[in-house]
Design a protein around this ligand. Structure first.
Ligand code: UDP
Ligand code: MG
Length: 314
């Protein structure tokens, strides 16, 4: 049996503190996997610290390390797409730079893949390394997303997983420029297995995802994979129209019975405010999707590669 090539795809954004520990742990863990050659595709996502210098040094020292330097910060999803496009491996594993996912789990993913699966998910057995607020909001997001969207994303599964070349080729060929990776990963399907593991806290540095960024990420996810928020307004409009019809009928009858009454400003005012609010929400939701259409229609590339470092580049 010929040895298979495994590509570890790692986005780096201001991770200078994590880099020394990263290579020190990941390289031995990958070397320990039997019958596997590997490459580590590091994507520098426009870091402002010494990340690029450290990565370039690592590529210099070890020709299994490749570095793709993006021209600015494009965000994790784009950086991941860049890494997936550059990866040469028969199997590809997206991985975080902060070692929250223990590198030893990669061997377990490979084991499952050898049983004949195309995708092996790594599911966190608990999220105790996340704050209470993050856990609750993540739970809420998965519930809502999976209610609305046709493509369900598995709970407590991050980007960390193993995919075969076939699956990665499908992902690379997807045309959209706004990429919600978790959703796209789920969308491609294929024979899927799972292993569970315990996720640690960050080894060094801080998270790059603030509450506001996560909120936008959640909106991105839902609007990428569901049009229910748009369709909902049709039903809501029908409901309001039907109710107003009943109310009109009631008013006619009341006028016939009691004659015309002047009071009623308060109720008119309240309903006026309520319905203008509702209309604005509706317009906001439409705007969200029109915005997406606008961005997709520009057909800009997902990312720009400034330079590559590593074996084939010399
Ligand atoms: N990351 C990136 N670009 C960004 C933000 C994050 O490439 O704009 C990388 C980051 O360096 C790390 C991974 O994405 O390797 C996950 O980020 P982080 O650990 O901050 O996210 P969390 O684990 O807190 O969700
Ligand atoms: Mg992290």
């Amino acid at each position: 049996m010929s040895r298979s090539l495994l590509s570890l795809v790692v986005p780096f954004y201001n991770e200078e503190e994590a880099i020394p520990g990263f290579f020190a742990q990941v390289v031995p863990a990958l070397e320990a996997i039997a019958e596997i050659d590997f490459e580590i595709v590091c994507v520098n996502d426009g870091s402002k610290d010494r990340t690029l210098t450290l990565l370039a040094e690592a590529a210099e020292a070890d020709d299994r390390v490749l570095v793709v330097d993006l021209s600015r910060n494009f965000g994790k999803e784009a950086a991941m797409s860049a890494g997936l496009a550059e990866a040469q491996g028969h199997v590809v594993v997206p991985f975080d730079a902060d070692l929250q996912d223990p590198p030893e789990v990669i061997a377990k993913l490979v084991e499952k893949w050898r049983e004949g699966y195309d995708v092996v998910l790594a599911r966190r057995s608990d999220r105790s390394s996340d704050s209470y607020l993050k856990r609750q909001s993540a739970l809420g997001f998965y519930r809502l997303h999976n209610k609305l969207a046709e493509v369900k994303i598995p709970e407590n599964v991050g980007d960390f997983r193993l995919m075969t070349r076939e699956v990665v080729n499908v992902l690379n060929a997807l045309p959209e420029s706004r990429r919600f990776m978790k959703g796209l990963f789920a969308w491609v399907g294929y024979r899927t297995a799972e292993v569970t593991y315990v996720r640690h806290s960050r080894c060094a540095g801080k998270t790059k995802f603030s509450g506001w960024r996560l909120w936008n990420f959640a909106l991105e996810g839902i609007t990428s994979f569901s049009t229910l928020p748009l369709r909902m307004w049709t039903y809501f409009g029908l409901l309001v129209a039907a109710t107003s019809f009943l109310y009109a009928a009631y008013l006619v009858i009341r006028t016939l019975v009691h004659g015309i009454e002047v009071p009623g400003y308060a109720s008119i005012f309240v309903s006026l405010l309520f319905f203008s609010g509702v209309q604005m929400i509706g317009i906001g939701v439409i705007g969200e999707y029109v915005g997406r259409i606008y961005i997709e229609s520009k057909r800009r590339p997902l990312y720009v590669v400034r330079r590559r470092y590593g074996k084939s580049q010399q």
